[in-house]
Design a protein around this ligand. Structure first.
Ligand code: 3HC
Length: 309
């Protein structure tokens, strides 16, 4: 069958909302952009466990420690899920991980910020996982089958992550003055980096146009970001905390919040590798990969041995 005919069938499937499956013909650019996005999503899940792991030994109670451990285990599982979805596109795990270590592949900029207090762990669960859910619910309808299906389980677990983060901050917001200040400080520090998770402005998004055409993306960066602001602003009020942006005000005419401008210079700077923790995050991942070499060798040896039986 000619490539033209194949492309026609592919585009018809996209139009009819039929999922594209690994064995289907797809444009090389469709394969590449899915590898790009899914692998970076997977890297984000794994790197995202580092700032949280920093507080396992310092959780304020056994209950909080258990919740944090469960969340971190979930995130690692999300990463493995997404790496597996990526492999269905013909890239090996080794190549994907090497792209992260070499700096060729990105991960969510938000994970390059430090977790300075316990309230940061609540803010990450509530704001970061909240933003991730906003995006990932949309991705349950992405056109590439394995990616869409991976999102269903991931979204269910992210909802637990967001709820526990909010509940943790709710306790602090009703605590001592010092705990309330800690809660407010975390919201102030994590607010703008959380908005950056949705990507650059639509006008500067290099991938969105084509991703929307191929229904990889169903909503634009700015649209998802606005939905997130409209939802979270109300929750900050429920916490009794001050809004972290003095331009954040409800616009009754537009029926949405107006808000200030993201520091796009900071956004691109962190993505370029100049964030507070970029170096240590990638170094930690490289060390984990090296330390895990023996486990991978043992697993391969074991599977070869069982094949020869
Ligand atoms: N951090 C790092 N890089 C970012 C970024 C961010 N917050 N936002 C955008 N970028 C990069 C893009 O990857 C792209 O670079 P590339 O072409 O080299 O990949 C460039 O900036 C331009 O951005 P675009 O808008 O053109 O890129 P996309 O169309 O891919 O949109 C996205 C960006 C919305 C992040 C999209 O890639 C996406 O939906 N990814 C899947 C979701 C995801 O990765 N979420 C990350 C968080 S996962 C998480 O938080 C774990 C949770 O459990 C806590």
């Amino acid at each position: 069958m000619s490539a033209l005919k194949e492309e026609e069938i592919f585009l018809k499937k996209i139009e009819e909302e039929t999922k594209i499956e690994p064995k289907d013909w797809m444009p090389e650019a469709y394969r590449k952009t899915n590898i790009r996005q899914i692998s970076q999503h997977a890297h984000s899940e794994i790197v995202g466990t580092l700032p949280e792991g920093n507080w396992i030994g310092r959780a304020p109670s056994l209950k909080r420690k258990l919740i944090l451990l469960a969340k971190i285990q979930d995130e690692a599982g999300h990463g493995l899920y997404l790496y597996s979805a990526c492999e269905t596109l013909g890239i090996t795990r080794e190549e994907t991980i090497n792209d992260l270590h070499s700096g060729k592949a990105k991960y969510a900029s938000i994970f390059n910020y430090p977790t300075l207090t316990w309230a940061d762990i609540g803010a990450i669960g509530w704001l970061v996982d909240g933003a991730a859910i906003m995006n990932q619910v949309m991705l349950t309808r992405t056109s590439y089958g394995p990616y869409a299906r991976a999102m269903v389980k991931i979204c269910k677990e992210e909802s637990f992550h967001q709820r526990q983060g909010f509940e943790s901050l709710l306790v602090l917001s009703k605590g001592t003055t010092e705990q309330q200040q800690m809660c407010q400080d975390a919201i102030n520090r994590w607010w703008w980096p959380a908005l950056m998770m949705f990507g650059p402005k639509d006008s500067e998004s290099t991938n969105s146009d084509q991703s929307m055409k191929w229904k990889i993306k169903r909503k634009s960066n700015d649209e998802l970001r606005q939905n997130f602001v409209d939802m979270i602003a109300e929750q900050i009020k429920f916490l009794g905390m001050k809004l972290p942006d003095d331009k954040l005000k409800w616009n009754n005419k537009k029926k949405q919040y107006d808000w200030g401008e993201i520091n796009w210079e900071e956004f691109w700077n962190v993505i370029k590798g100049n964030g507070p923790c970029n170096f240590e995050r990638v170094a930690a991942r490289k060390k984990a990969w090296e330390n895990g070499e023996w486990v991978r060798q043992a697993a391969v040896a074991h599977s070869n041995k069982s094949k020869t039986k």
